[in-house]
Design a protein around this ligand. Structure first.
Ligand code: THU
Length: 138
């Protein structure tokens, strides 16, 4: 059965519980659901050299790549991403994460509305006229 947006947000909230965010005190969790149904999660990982901070979304994506080989393309295509910031409703993905989510074909973005309800948005709405692998040409 298809996982509900609310269930994905719950999984993202669990992931946020693993965050290493001593500088911002702004824990974030993300879950990516692939076209083959597999899910990966990630949290933000900060650093004393602030600029090296890794966002939750990109952490989930690097885990996904490390755990797949690319022989099954669907295993590397993102269907949906759910993002939870423990201190922000909604917590939209930053610009850098949008571009990296774009690389893997993300179709839908799920964040929490003011009251915790799922807000489901098409990825195209968050990053219109985007640049991606196809644009490099042949
Ligand atoms: N953060 C994420 O993990 N994802 C986003 O899309 C927005 C920002 C993290 C980075 C940093 O650790 C903290 O939130 C505050 O910016």
């Amino acid at each position: 059965m298809k996982t509900s947006p609310l269930e994905l947000l719950e999984a993202a909230r669990d992931a946020a519980g693993h965050a290493y965010a001593p500088y911002s005190q702004f824990p974030v969790g993300a879950v990516i659901e692939m076209q083959d149904g597999t899910r990966y999660d990630g949290c933000n990982v900060e650093n004393a050299s602030y600029g090296l901070t890794l966002c939750a979304e990109r952490n989930a994506i690097t885990t996904m790549i490390a755990q797949t080989t690319g022989t099954n393309p669907a295993a590397r295509r993102i269907k949906r991403v759910a993002i939870v910031g423990l201190k922000a409703k909604p917590c939209w993905p930053c610009g850098a994460c949008r571009q990296v989510l774009r690389e893997f074909g993300t179709q839908e973005v799920i964040v929490e509305g003011d009251g915790g309800e799922p807000l489901v948005t098409s990825f195209e709405e968050l990053l219109p006229h985007s640049f991606g692998p196809e644009d490099l040409g042949s």
